[in-house]
Design a protein around this ligand. Sequence first.
Ligand code: SAM
Length: 486
Amino acid sequence: MSESSDIQTTASSVVALPDSYVQQMQALLGVKEADEFLASFNAPRAYGLRLNPLKLSDDANQPAIQALKQQFSLRPIPWCETGYYYNETTRPGKHPYHQAGIYYIQEPSAMSAAQALDPQPGETILDLAAAPGGKTTQIAGRMQGEGLLISNEIHPARARILSENVERYGIRNAVVTCAPPDVLSARFPLFFDRIMLDAPCSGEGMFRKDPDAIGEWSPDHVQMCADRQADILEHAAIMLKPGGRLVYSTCTFNRSENELAMEAFLAKHPEFKLERTERLWPHHCEGEGHFVAVLTKDASMGYTIFVPMNQAATSQRDQRNATQRGKGKPKSSGSNSSLASDMALFEAFAVEALPGFKLGPGEPVRFGDALYWLPHDREGRFSAASIEGLKVVRPGLQLGELKTKRIEPAHALALAIRSEEAAQLASFEAEAPETAAYLRGEALSDASGNLSGWTIAAVDGFPLGWAKASGGQLKNHLPKGLRRLT
Ligand code: SAM
């Protein structure tokens, strides 16, 4: 008997599904429905993007939204109000609007989880397994820049990608950390109003989208994932406030990583209630497979802050891991008065270049020469001291890079503002040669001849980055790593 069943995909490739996987799907769905499910491998996969509410307000940007809908043949995704299917031939990832963070490209079913989290402006929210940033950007869009979002990713390389996506999306109130869940739970017990746990899983729901994932699948791998999920869930439970909401999601069909994982968790945690679960199936909707569970934590029970036995070991590991970008520890406003003069430099810059810009509740922190604005939570429990010794990739909104007696504005700042907040704007249409030239890192000429100093370069009014005007020229300040070679 063969060990696998061959399935022809729409990508004209043949994928081999392990027999034990096919049998598992037959046991889960029944033979007839399993056939329908397996036939979905032959159906075209759906492509999705989410419009960015941090950059597109309903009124002012209606013409731009209509143009986007036409350009990418957008059709609404029923379970996410900012989500749309796009026609893959329109390639939105290549469009300058993508670089301006006007939308985030995301598999449609994956949009269901942050929707179930129902984040609110002003809350304190943790996205515990956040890279590359689909759920984080969706959560941040709902928070509208108010409150505190901690976006965590355990793997450093993936945490850097997460951080870039946070930057492009223009999120002002996110702190990107790179820590194992136990390090966070030792530091932030009973801390978050909502926690998103989009757990690492066996990825069965992604086999059609990513046939390479099939090669990693085995019953042993599923068990390893289930054990890891149980461990991460324990730490999520510690960090949730009484009355808080935890959303657990996976992109797998496997019951041991979904319903059975929830059953085992609830058996250990009577303080939690399972509000509902949801499964998205590729043969029932336009999207890949996804599982979402909504849990709430009892508000009336007394909770003691759990201090793990190995906390000493954990904090030692914290210290070893504290290799923040920039060098060493962050300097908080309380510990270093030079931060006041750093902020004075920034404020002088902002008065000139960003007269409409206001910072939310927070404090300045410095990582090396980079000056950031660390967001505070509304209860005043989170400050620079909260991240000391923690591996932090992005301690909030980067304001600029400190030079001798001046500050150079950060790219993140350009992407976090709206063009109305800037004193000077050089905006070009998406198809204009100047837009492509700016994205290649070239200098532009200032057709008006009136610009001087820091200027926002924009596509159709949406900021792309900084340029510095002088003598009829706009010097390009797009970071080298973001320049397009073609
Ligand atoms: N939420 C992300 C999004 O929407 O873009 C996708 C997250 S992905 C499904 C799961 C993430 O968990 C991966 O980035 C992986 O690196 C991370 N991860 C792996 N092992 C982990 C662990 N032990 N604890 C926490 N996260 C882990």
